[in-house]
Design a protein around this ligand. Structure first.
Ligand code: F6P
Length: 323
């Protein structure tokens, strides 16, 4: 292994830059050459490579987004695009790849590996925290804190007006951001896809809040919630309880931005170094995660296909904390 490439792909996440920095510095520390690929698989297929030196990653550990840029590139499902990408890697003399991203990124890496055998290690970078094989993904902690800050602010205005708020947070099909920001923000209810909910339960929760004369009532809704999105649920709640003053706030992409938290910077740095060391040790087709505070490698297959469980017991806490 003489030269490696690093890229970020899929939805960006705070801490991706810290991970790029760790990969570059760990590669240089181990005597490897390193290049960056801009815009993930698109850049690989279009030969958008940039040489990375130590100074290329100076002052980026605290920056949100990704200096390498990111893209969702569905064309990579087609072999002809993977062939182009592989040919470009060969021309560039690349012996191994570090892919920073989520499920889609690792699916692409796995296909590339199966087609051409180019050694690849993944670092889990997504705010959703939905990857099996790591306790936390890069960006999740920052996203939770961003959502929490918003919920705190919504609480101020909700209490001033005696209002009910449905706050929708990201997470794709997973409820990790909703559960943690909801508990941290003292939400009266949290709706996540992992736990079956019904409008009856939502109305019940609103009635309980009314009985206790709570000045505000916040229900955090994960974007993948089974009943529907926050607007739909709010509309149904208004039909059932027309006297309530209800508002909806969808936090959206604000959750993807911002300076990464200390936890994300350190997690990203550990994972980036682990990925480079893994490549040097001959590992491939695996994700470098952290389980119980120790580096752990999990096959792309498992990281993509096995479901990471949300601790549904946390929901019990919500009930207790609202009694
Ligand atoms: O995977 C991260 C994520 O932010 C999800 O939470 C969300 O469903 C999705 O990406 C949004 O993607 P886009 O920015 O492409 O609309």
């Amino acid at each position: 292994m003489k030269k490696i490439a690093v890229f970020t792909s899929g939805g960006d996440a705070p801490g991706m830059n810290a991970c790029v920095r760790a990969v570059v510095r760990a590669a240089l520390y181990n005597g490897l050459e390193v290049v960056g690929i801009r815009r993930g698989y698109r850049g690989m297929a279009e030969a958008d490579f940039i040489p990375m030196e130590s100074h290329s990653v100076s002052d980026i550990i605290g920056k949100g987004g990704t200096i390498l840029k990111s893209a969702r590139f569905d064309e990579f499902r087609q072999k002809e695009w993977r062939q182009k990408a592989y040919d470009n890697c060969v021309k560039e003399g690349i012996d191994g790849l570090v892919a920073i991203g989520g499920n889609g990124t690792f699916t692409g890496a796995k296909l590339l590996m199966e087609d051409f055998g180019i050694p690849t290690i993944g670092c889990p970078g997504t705010i959703d925290n939905d990857l099996y094989g790591t306790d936390y993904t890069i960006g999740f902690d920052t996203a939770v804190n961003t959502a929490l800050d918003a919920i705190d602010k919504i609480r101020d205005t909700a209490a001033s007006h005696d209002r009910v708020f449905f706050v929708e947070v990201m997470g794709r099909d997973a409820g990790f951001i909703a559960m943690q920001s909801g508990i941290g923000g003292g939400a009266e209810d949290i709706l996540v896809p992992e736990i079956p909910d019904s409008m009856d339960n939502v109305i019940e929760s609103l009635k309980k809040g009314g009985d206790k004369e709570k000045p505000s009532h916040i229900i955090v809704v994960a974007e993948g919630e089974g009943i529907g999105n926050a607007h739909f649920i709010a509309q149904k709640a208004k039909e059932a309880m027309p006297n309530l003053d209800i508002r909806v706030s969808n936090l959206g992409h604000v959750q993807r931005g911002g300076s990464p938290s200390a936890i994300d910077r350190i997690l990203a740095s550990r994972m980036g170094i682990a990925a480079v060391e893994g490549l040097i040790d001959g590992k491939s087709n695996v994700m470098a995660g952290i389980i119980d505070d120790k580096v752990a490698f999990t096959s792309f297959d498992d990281a993509i296909n096995k479901k990471k469980d949300l601790d549904v017991e946390l929901n019990k806490m919500v009930e207790i904390l609202n009694s």
